[in-house]
Design a protein around this ligand. Structure first.
Ligand code: UD1
Length: 381
């Protein structure tokens, strides 16, 4: 006999990188026997159509049951607003647990509220560590993991970090990478890159050159909030674009700073196609066809590894070391010569080919659903 759960699993999404992680989890909950009831809450941390609605559509995510509409603000304001608004929702819906993904402010805010109300917290993508506590995401990761009751990891090194932080092994389950579940299931529907460029009035020939093209994303405060750093990164990208055309999908933070610092001249004209934030299927198509991806995103480091496309990470550290050890990722930091050299190696055909890490097989969400159901049926409280 199957025991009913004490309430729904309250699933939290807030910002763009959460959506591709939650979509396969919700599908696996529906497919589970018996189905696991879910209540989808969008905190509204990301609210632009291009940062949120478009991804819901591409990923066939159901409409959120609740939208907390917190919007932008300082870290304190954003975190506090999510906390204030999630509390009555937890009171009203009495979830069996709150499930959070990733490392954004919404992840930590909902975790703090749930744990203090005695509601179990489940963290998907636990145990990743960059070792850099200046990153807001690192603080969100460490604190969420410390109080979460059930932790699902994407790579084996995560369990070592958790063990060092005193988290009992019994709380941890190595499920694999749900973001790669999304990638594998949507890859057949990826949009051809030339179509994506044409749709935004950019020249589709840029992605048809013999050398191929590069894809760029940058949005980390450490790269884009300081004028000199951003100028130097855009300068080297401009230089790279003379050999390899670039498609640059601009995060709103980056677009704003380029204007504020008067750096438009570095990215306009020439062989750089500037696009607004892209939908999931567009980004997938752009990455899959690229010669190289230059990024400071966490997600793209993993997606390029799964696609077998060389990635140069414009950061000094990564919380996803398996993409370096086994995948296609190389850290180049913000050093312009290292970026130039990294591109040259790839253009010479010597980029990393890598292999797909263990349990990045499209079935991570299914493993989570099976484990979570057993765990909840045992009544973790
Ligand atoms: C957040 C996450 C980061 C993730 C990134 C993906 C945290 C601490 N950071 O950073 O881990 O990699 O999302 O995009 O949670 N803005 C808009 N429209 C939107 C959303 C944001 O214009 O829909 C602009 C606003 O000016 C806002 C700024 O972007 O102030 C930053 O947004 P915010 O959610 O604070 O952080 P991100 O930089 O997007």
């Amino acid at each position: 006999m199957t025991k009913p759960l004490s309430g729904p699993v309250m699933c939290i999404v807030g910002a763009r990188p959460n959506f591709m992680k939650m979509a396969p989890i919700l599908r696996a909950f529906t497919a589970h026997e018996p189905p696991i009831p879910a209540l989808l809450v969008h905190t509204g941390q990301h609210y632009d159509a291009s940062m949120s609605d478009q991804l819901f559509e591409d990923l066939q995510l159901p409409r959120p049951d609740l939208n907390l509409e917190v919007g932008s603000g300082s870290h304190a304001v954003q975190t506090a607003e999510v906390m204030k608004r999630i509390e009555p929702a937890i009171d009203e819906h009495k979830p069996a647990c709150v499930l959070v993904v990733g490392d954004v402010n919404s992840t930590l805010a909902c975790t703090l509220v749930a744990v203090k109300k005695g509601v179990p917290v489940v963290h998907v993508e636990a145990g990743l560590r960059s070792g850099d506590r200046r990153m807001p995401e690192e603080i969100n990761r460490v604190l969420t993991d410390q109080v979460a009751d059930r932790l699902y990891t994407t790579e084996r090194s995560a369990a070592d970090h958790l063990a060092r932080e005193g988290i009992a092994d019994a709380r941890i389950c190595f499920a694999g990478n749900v973001m790669i579940d999304s990638l594998l299931s949507h890859k057949p529907r990826a949009r051809p890159p030339a179509e994506t460029l044409a749709a935004h009035g950019a020249d589709p020939a840029l992605v048809g050159a013999a050398a191929g093209y590069g894809v760029v994303t940058l949005h980390r405060p450490s790269n884009v909030d300081d004028a000199a750093t951003l100028e130097s990164l855009l300068g080297v990208l401009r230089e790279v674009s003379e050999t390899l055309p670039l498609v640059f999908a601009l995060h709103p933070r980056t677009r704003g700073n380029i204007q504020r610092f008067g750096l438009e001249k570095l990215v306009t004209g020439g062989r750089i196609a500037l696009l607004p934030p892209q939908g999931y299927l567009e980004m997938l198509g752009l990455m899959a066809g690229a010669t190289v991806v230059l990024t400071d995103s966490g997600g793209l480091q993993e997606e390029t590894t799964a696609l077998g496309v060389p990635c140069l990470t414009l950061r000094e550290n990564t919380e996803r070391p398996i993409t370096i050890a086994e995948g296609t990722n190389t850290m180049v930091g913000r050093d312009v010569q290292a970026i130039r050299d990294g591109v040259a190696v790839i253009l010479a055909g010597q980029g990393k080919r890598g292999r797909v890490p263990e349990r990045w097989d499209g079935r991570a969400a299914e493993r989570i659903a099976a484990d979570l159901y057993r765990w909840l049926a045992d009544d973790p409280r």
